[in-house]
Design a protein around this ligand. Structure first.
Ligand code: IPM
Ligand code: MN
Length: 375
């Protein structure tokens, strides 16, 4: 029997409650399909950090590189300085494991109410670059006067060092450098086109702000055009990021595959989540097609709902379905999504955010039970 080793990082806030429901559903579908999952739990998150001062040790990263996949609840806690856990754990994992694809399906399931009056069929995928752009984390402050600063980015694809002579007059400044590599842009754009081919889609939309940030996004456009040339049957278009937020609201049914640099992808997928019915419904995958991927809801840790058993676990359960798909358990994955959809269509067992009064665990139970209908 196939046995998968999956890392489990429940994390902070509502993370542990929602991941429990994800595990429940994945365990059930594995029984029905006939494969095994070994869950390997990791304590990383706010509590662990506050108790030990440790974020995510190198030894854990190494161990996780040998797993089949990783399932993550949520990270972030108001007791910690903003960014500490996000950068030290989440981004660290994405970068270390070179999960260069952030895959975020935006699908309005049947039975879900959409805040848009007349959305039509909303079913597209945002392919967000996940290792570069303004997320490389290099920047600094410089006071008035002269200084010499060093910035460095280390990736498996490349490394880059900047030595800067900074001379500031008039006011202290801060700056942040965005980095895009040809190889980094190429592989994400190629992934988007391959996805379009696989899903029999006819169009790929590229997002940027090439009218203002001309170096980085001019480069992005150039690479996009060169990759597009290998896919002559696929239509292409460029959307500026400000305009795409408008079009997502005005005509979401237009989109099929949207490929975007990291930061714009972060922003537009929260909007995407609302279009598909709310943050409680939006899953994501951090994918390394040749390595270890990690799946998580796109929402945060919602600390104020921690321990209340009221958060919606659907985004996490759906992220579990994406995990199964990436493992090659395509039937199991489809059946999990169908169970979610059937529950939503029925409209009886819904959490507060969806207008119901069911608990987090009620939803996990109900979705697990629904699975039986597909076997
Ligand atoms: C997301 C989150 C993260 C991001 C944060 C928590 C670092 O907002 O997954 O969308 O910006 O990528
Ligand atoms: Mn985000």
């Amino acid at each position: 029997m196939t046995r998968y080793r999956i890392g489990l990082i429940p994390g902070d806030g509502i993370g542990p409650e929602i991941i429990d429901e994800g595990v429940k559903v994945l365990d059930r579908v594995s029984e029905l399909e006939g494969f095994d999952i070994d869950w390997i739990s990791y304590p990383y998150g706010a509590d662990h950090y506050l108790e030990t001062g440790e974020l995510l040790p190198e030894s854990a990263l190494k161990e996780m590189s040998g797993l089949d996949s990783i399932y993550l609840g949520a990270l972030g806690d108001p007791r910690c300085e903003p960014g500490i856990l996000e950068k030290g754990i989440l981004l660290n994992l994405r970068f270390y494991l070179d999960q260069f694809v952030n895959l975020r399906p935006i699908k309005l399931l049947e039975g879900v109410s959409c805040p848009l009056r007349d959305p039509g069929v909303v079913d597209f995928t945002v392919v967000r670059e996940n290792t570069e752009d303004f997320y490389v984390g290099i920047g600094n402050r410089a006071s008035v006067g002269k200084s010499r600063q060093h910035l460095e980015v280390l990736r498996s694809l490349y490394s880059v060092k900047f030595g800067l002579d900074v001379e500031v007059d008039g006011s202290e400044i801060a700056y942040q450098v965005g980095v895009m590599s040809r190889k980094g842009a190429e592989r994400i754009i190629r992934y988007a086109f391959d996805l379009a081919v696989r899903k029999e889609q006819e169009r790929v939309t590229a997002v940027d702000k090439a009218n203002v940030l001309t170096s980085i996004y001019g480069f992005w456009r150039e690479v996009f055009n060169s990759v597009a040339a290998d896919y002559p049957s696929i239509e292409t278009e460029f959307n500026f990021v400000d305009a795409i937020t408008m079009w997502f609201v005005k005509k979401p049914s237009w989109y099929q595959v949207v490929v975007t640099p990291n930061m714009f992808g972060d922003i537009i997928t929260d909007l995407g989540a609302m279009i598909q019915g709310g943050l409680g419904l939006a899953p994501g995958g951090n994918i390394n097609p040749d390595g270890v991927s990690m799946f998580e809801p796109i929402h945060g840790s919602a600390p104020k709902y921690k321990g209340m058993n009221r958060a919606n676990p659907i985004a996490t359960i759906w992220a579990g379905a994406l995990l199964l798909e990436e493992l090659g358990e395509v039937e199991a994955s489809k059946n999990v999504v169908s169970s979610i959809e059937s529950l939503l269509k029925e409209g009886k067992t819904l959490t507060k955010d969806l207008g119901g009064s069911a608990t987090t665990s009620d939803l996990g139970d109900a979705i697990s039970r629904k699975l039986d209908e597909f076997y």
